[in-house]
Design a protein around this ligand. Structure first.
Ligand code: ADP
Ligand code: MG
Length: 231
């Protein structure tokens, strides 16, 4: 089953009076349980694709479907609901709230969803912090953690609401290589253990080797889409 798909999606950015084509007709279906890497050089269109998958932007042409909803038909508040309920986000620069502890950062999306009371939230947050290996850092502020630890908090925050899929734009770009591998292995373990669908971008060849499904993007088009056995 596809969780999200594009049909001949195009995206042009207007720069002054000029249209800059960023995506030139992408047709792609991400299946439930996928662990998919968008790989390509800087400027190839990775972030633009993730923004469309994340309901942060709409295509210029073609279609993007989230859970069978054509996103062009959704109003801004409906798009916000889709983001809150269905999608987890992991960013290159972690984007934790600096005045909140690790616990509070992970709890935040649950508060927004208004579904769980304090007790249920605490249980989910502590389970997720334990799953990403930092239960002992629950009371630290982001400024008191390393980059790798902050990214673990960000992964916990993205996963705590059990989203249909998680988007990560170059999640290992701001951490050292060894920690980057640990973060990738952690994402892969969460994919295997929880069945969470991941779509992430990278231009790091070492990161690409770890991805079960590797989609190469060049000049806003898909160059290849390969599922690697044994990962
Ligand atoms: P990547 O993430 O692979 O580096 P992007 O999706 O950011 O690629 O960019 C794809 C193309 O779109 C590039 O040519 C880039 O310069 C252009 N682009 C991206 N964002 C904007 C923007 N907000 N305004 C104008 N051009 C943009
Ligand atoms: Mg980018």
């Amino acid at each position: 089953m596809a969780v999200v798909k594009m049909e001949n999606a195009t995206k042009d950015y207007k720069v002054g009076k000029v249209d800059v084509p960023a995506l030139r007709g992408i047709t792609l279906s991400i299946e439930k349980g996928d662990f998919a890497a968008l790989a390509g050089p800087s400027g190839s269109g990775k972030t633009t694709m993730l923004n469309l998958f994340g309901c942060l932007d709409k295509p210029t042409g073609g279609k993007v479907f989230i859970e069978e909803h054509d996103i062009i038909t959704l109003k801004p508040d409906q798009l916000a609901d889709v983001r809150n309920e269905h999608i987890g986000f992991i960013f290159q620069s972690f984007n934790l709230i600096p005045v909140l502890t690790a616990f509070e950062n992970v709890e935040f999306p649950l508060i927004l969803l208004k579904k769980d009371g304090p007790g249920a939230r605490k249980k989910k947050v502590m389970e997720m912090l334990a799953a990403v290996g930092i239960a002992n850092l629950a009371n630290r502020l982001p400024s008191e953690m390393s980059g790798g630890q902050q990214q673990r908090v960000a992964i916990a925050r993205a996963l705590v609401k059990n989203p249909d899929y998680v988007l990560a734009d170059e999640p290992t770009a701001n951490i050292d290589t060894k920690t980057g591998h640990e973060i990738l292995d952690l994402m892969q373990a969460m994919n295997k253990n929880l069945g969470t669908t991941f779509i992430f971008s990278t231009h790091d060849p070492k990161v690409m080797e770890h991805a079960r499904r590797l989609i190469h993007i060049r000049d806003g088009q898909i160059e290849s889409d390969v599922t690697q056995a044994g990962i």
